[in-house]
Design a protein around this ligand. Structure first.
Ligand code: GAR
Length: 199
């Protein structure tokens, strides 16, 4: 039996697409059975539908509080028998009452080399803007386990990407995705899915 994976998304979903495309090749031990978004307009939902994957939308403002939002997420994940949660551009921080329910079963992709440019407030293009503002010459991406500390869980994989003259946050984001995120995330999802089969 393959490890049942849910991918949590908020936006365009290029990392979700990389995971979908990796199914059957790099991603053999796990199967994406559910995509959950906290944004009804996320293009990632369209990508899931095109791939025939079940989708769910959980809105924080409809739930009323962070706690109710996390309870609803848990309910949806339990309904689908989810064993591994992949955060792929999921732009909301999950508290300990959620993360503690899934020890070593939530992974996240972050677009920098942690511990640089990470933690609260560092997401999406802001991460790349911060790297350019600092003037680092090398950045990259990290896949890590998720715990109660934002971007603070154990690192699973990292890949470095060079910054080039004239980079903008947008050009850098694209290069980090192509060279690092879309490669690392499916590999890490496979590694963790395979490990969970042995639990
Ligand atoms: C990705 O670069 C991902 O690493 C980043 O958001 C982007 C989502 O793109 N995540 C974070 O910044 C989390 N802290 P996508 O929707 O096209 O996969």
């Amino acid at each position: 039996m393959k490890t049942k994976i849910a991918v949590l998304v908020s936006g365009g979903g290029t990392n979700l697409q990389a995971l979908i495309d990796a199914q059957g090749s790099v991603l053999k031990s796990g199967e994406i059975v559910l995509v959950v978004s906290n944004n009804a307009g996320a293009y990632a939902l369209e990508r899931a539908r095109k791939a025939g994957i079940a989708t769910a939308v959980v809105l924080k403002k409809e739930c009323g509080s962070q706690q109710a939002f996390e309870e609803k997420l848990k309910e949806v994940l339990t309904e689908h028998g989810i064993e591994l949660i992949v955060l792929a551009g999921f732009m909301t921080i999950l508290t300990e009452s959620f993360t503690a329910c899934y020890p070593q079963r939530i992974i996240n992709v972050h677009p920098s080399l942690i511990p640089s440019f990470c933690g609260e407030g560092f997401y999406g293009l802001r991460v790349h803007q911060a790297a350019l503002d600092y003037g680092v010459k090398v950045t990259g991406a990290t896949v890590h386990f998720v715990n109660e500390i934002p971007d603070g869980g154990k690192i699973i994989a990292q890949k470095a990407v060079y910054i080039e003259d004239g980079d903008t946050p947008e050009t850098l984001q694209r290069r980090v995705m192509e060279q690092a995120e879309w490669v690392l995330l499916p590999q890490a999802a496979e590694t963790v899915s395979a490990a969970l089969q042995k639990v």
